[in-house]
Design a binder for this molecule. Structure first.
Ligand code: C2E
Ligand code: CA
Ligand code: CA
Length: 766
């Protein structure tokens, strides 16, 4: 096939200045065929006239045979030419046909002239004036082959030479000038015909190049229609389709012939806007249209240019259409993904912000407040640590489902981080309604989760801010909801808090305190007090717990319950904790060797793998043995998401340092932590000790804890013992150590030396 064989490609073809040889030859044959009748008739008439002139001088039979031969040759030639040009297949090489045509001309010229030559040779009297005229006529009829230079050259030469030969040998030969005139005539005719052939050639070339270009353009358009997602269309001045690619038919679900004649707008399903655009009679580019076909929704773009004729009149439009459904839907998918939390399928953080932005402007416009809730799961991190991420993910998905189920059409639930969700409430005019919603959410999330036959429990804290009352920008509102959540978290589990301007004040206060703390570390603003721990059996002091104090230059004493969380949030606790360790160890080094020192360590410090180094440095500097030091950590260590906290604790144990689980009974009190094999002591929280006085069940719980601790060979300390009754009860329940105001409040290091005596005093005495 032409397309396949044309390896150079269509773009190259258009550049050519000559028509391809095949095209030229076909064109030559075509021209040739147009002269068939004229040439055949002229040549036959010339033959008949010659026969009539000479029939007396020549044998009749020979003359008739000659005439028959001429007519037969003319007929065969015409028939052959007719066939070749009719059945002209583009892939056929026509070079052979040209050769045949040249030969055919030569043979017919030779046949014709053979009779005058024979007449001359046989001595018959010939009228050279008439014969010369007939030959001249024959030569002129050679115009029929003039389009092939070789053919016309042979034609004129054979006739001319034949006549010259006859005139030269014949009886009564013409005078020399006669031959000269005939030869000049032949030459002039030949030159004229060759010039004509050249001009034809030029026309054929131009026509051929044009035709090739058209073919190439057709080919390109065909390719476009076949391969691309595009289609071509053309409309007349009434905007009715005069051409349309089959692809468009497929798109709109109609056959091409059905579309022809219908208006473009109708064919596209009466798109709004299309008639208006066409009516402008101006070029338009990629207007997007959306329409539903029988099967699905499609998007197309339409471009068109007006067709203006030579007179400048509008004749219609032609253009292209492009099916952009695929790219459109993949764009939409990307857009969707960018707005989606992959795990839960809920809107993600950025989408929540957008939704909040819309809700906020609606609220401002309609004078109805909206709200944003920030939700944080309580105790989710231990779920991940204990049960693994797949179960953690399953819990998050269930949470997402429960939240969405409850919020319903009142707003949108989104996931904004690991275990953080958000709810945008569109109509939050009724605060009571919002609070009721929050309570429902907390209750729903608190219901146990059964994941692969494992029961998991978590809680939910919620902070809420109202727009535009609490904030009129997304950023402001988000910050305030976050502050409310922070506050809710600080109040304990499963709490809901609305934003209160006081929270802002406190937040600013925290920022100021953090700034002051940064300046104060390493100065005398910080100091340690020591609270004694006594043996339940002997009531003798066995050690002290170091408790940090901050004496602010303008605010006075600030409770560690206030400044430790700030130090933890800002990361300052690392520096502060290292100082406490060094100071406590150096103070403890002055006590007798059997007196222990307990130092509180924040979970944040445990995330830093350098803690064991800090501890061994402090011990080394104080020249104190590691078994006199114990570090107190709370259960929150396991909730901070610091997976390596247990590793750090084990390395500390490896140093010989004791690890106490502090505040046991608050927080999550999961007994599971006890078998982590890192603790040597368990400290029962003061609130338990107090409650034991009135609540029988607390006593039972303490009994169970003691039993369990004993099985793990843990020392048990009761904290917050203020009264003799507390002391007796805790001792009787099996506690080994007692700590509390009953035996001593936190005191300066000088006072501790008075109680336990100093090493040096011992030595001095000893
Ligand atoms: P904690 O580790 O539970 O420390 C015991 C707290 O209970 C101390 O409060 C102590 O003064 C108080 N207390 C002791 N006996 C009694 C009693 O009989 N009744 C009552 N009502 N309270 C008693 P403090 O010193 O205000 O410390 C509060 C918390 O601050 C500590 O709780 C501890 O978690 C943290 N903290 C203190 N110093 C440090 C420190 O150096 N580093 C770290 N990371 N945290 C510290
Ligand atoms: Ca403690
Ligand atoms: Ca404690």
């Amino acid at each position: 096939m032409r397309r396949g064989a044309d390896a150079r490609g269509p773009a190259h073809r258009i550049e050519e200045r000559h028509a391809p040889a095949g095209e030229v030859r076909n064109a030559q044959l075509n021209i040739l065929s147009r002269f068939t009748l004229y040439a055949g008739a002229t040549q036959a008439i010339c033959a008949v006239v010659f026969a009539l002139l000479e029939y007396k001088n020549l044998p009749l039979l020979g003359l008739l045979g000659w005439l028959g031969l001429i007519i037969a040759a003319t007929y065969l030639s015409a028939r052959w030419l007719n066939r070749t040009t009719l059945v002209r297949r583009r892939d056929q090489q026509p070079v052979m046909k040209i050769r045949v045509a040249v030969l055919d001309g030569a043979i017919r010229a030779a046949i014709w002239i053979s009779m005058p030559v024979y007449a001359a040779l046989s001595g018959a009297p010939i009228n050279y004036t008439f014969t010369g005229g007939l030959v001249a006529m024959m030569m002129v009829s050679g115009i029929s082959v003039a389009v092939i230079p070789a053919a016309i050259t042979l034609w004129i030469s054979i006739l001319g030479l034949g006549l010259a030969f006859a005139a030269y040998y014949g009886v009564g030969a013409t005078s020399f000038p006669g031959i000269a005139i005939l030869t000049s005539f032949s030459g002039a005719a030949l030159v004229g015909f060759l010039l004509l052939a050249r001009s034809w050639q030029g026309q054929i070339d131009r026509a051929g190049v044009l035709a090739a270009k058209r073919a190439d353009i057709r080919y390109l358009l065909q390719e476009y229609e076949d391969r691309g997602a595009g289609w071509l269309w053309q409309v007349d001045s009434q905007f009715c389709l005069t051409y349309v690619s089959p692809r468009m038919g497929e798109l709109v679900g109609a056959a091409t012939y059905q579309l022809l004649g219908t208006s473009l707008s109708t064919a596209l399903g009466d798109q709004t806007g299309v008639p208006e655009i066409l009516a402008k009679k101006e070029r338009f580019d990629k207007i997007e249209l959306e329409f539903g076909t029988g099967k699905a929704h499609r998007w197309v773009t339409l471009s068109g240019s007006p067709i203006i004729d030579e007179n400048g009149d509008f004749q219609g439009y032609r253009g292209v259409g492009l099916d952009i459904t695929d790219s459109k839907s993949s764009n939409a998918k990307l857009q969707h993904l960018a707005n989606l939390d992959v795990l839960t399928g809920l809107p993600n953080r950025s989408r929540v912000r957008t939704l909040l932005d819309t809700a906020l402007s609606d609220a401002t416009d309609n004078n109805v407040s909206c709200a944003v809730m920030f939700l944080d799961l309580d105790g989710f991190k231990p779920v991940n640590d204990t049960f693994g991420h797949p179960k953690g993910d399953a819990v998050l998905k269930t949470v997402a489902r429960r939240l969405s189920g409850i919020v319903g059409t009142r707003g949108t639930v989104g996931r904004i981080g690991g275990d953080e969700f958000a709810v945008v409430v569109n109509d939050a005019q009724s605060r009571v309604g919002v609070e009721a919603l929050a309570e429902k959410l907390i209750a729903a999330v608190s219901d146990p989760y059964m994941i692969d036959n494992v029961q998991i429990r978590i809680g939910l804290s919620i902070g809420c801010a109202y727009g535009p009352i609490d904030g009129d920008t997304v950023d402001d509102l988000v910050r305030k909801a976050d502050l409310a959540l922070y506050h809710a978290k600080s109040l304990g589990r499963a709490t809901f808090c609305n934003f209160d301007p006081q929270m802002q004040v406190e937040a600013e206060e925290r920022v100021r305190l953090e700034h002051d703390m940064r300046q104060a570390i390493g100065t005398e603003q910080f100091h340690l007090l020591y609270q004694p721990l006594v043996s339940a059996s002997t009531q003798r002091v066995t050690g002290f717990e170091a408790l940090l104090r901050w004496n602010h230059p303008t605010r006075g004493p600030i409770s560690p319950a206030v400044f430790i969380p700030i130090a933890e949030e800002s990361g300052l606790v690392e520096q502060l904790g290292a100082w406490v360790l060094r100071q406590a160890c150096s103070d403890a080094a002055t006590w007798p060797d059997d007196i222990t020192i307990a130092v509180n360590v924040s979970p944040v410090q445990l995330v830093v793998p350098a803690l064991p180094n800090t501890v061994s440095d402090a011990l080394q500097k104080a020249r104190m043995s590691a078994n006199r030091l114990e570090l107190e950590v709370t259960e929150s260590v396991f909730m901070s998401g610091a997976g390596n906290a247990v590793d750090v604790l084990k390395r500390l144990r490896g140093l010989g340092v004791g690890i106490a689980l502090d505040d046991f009974g608050t927080g999550y009190s999961s007994l599971g932590y006890l078998n982590k094999a890192v603790f040597h002591k368990l400290k029962i929280d003061g609130s338990f000790v107090r409650n034991a006085a009135t609540q029988e069940e607390t006593v039972s719980i303490i009994k169970a804890i003691v039993m369990l601790a004993n099985s793990f060979r843990l020392t048990i300390t009761a904290e917050g013992v203020e009264t003799a009754e507390d002391f007796n009860r805790m001792r009787d329940l099996g506690c080994d150590q007692i700590q509390g105001y009953l035996f001593g409040r936190p005191m300066p290091v000088e006072r501790t030396r008075e109680i336990v005596g100093s090493k040096w005093e011992h030595r001095l005495v000893g």
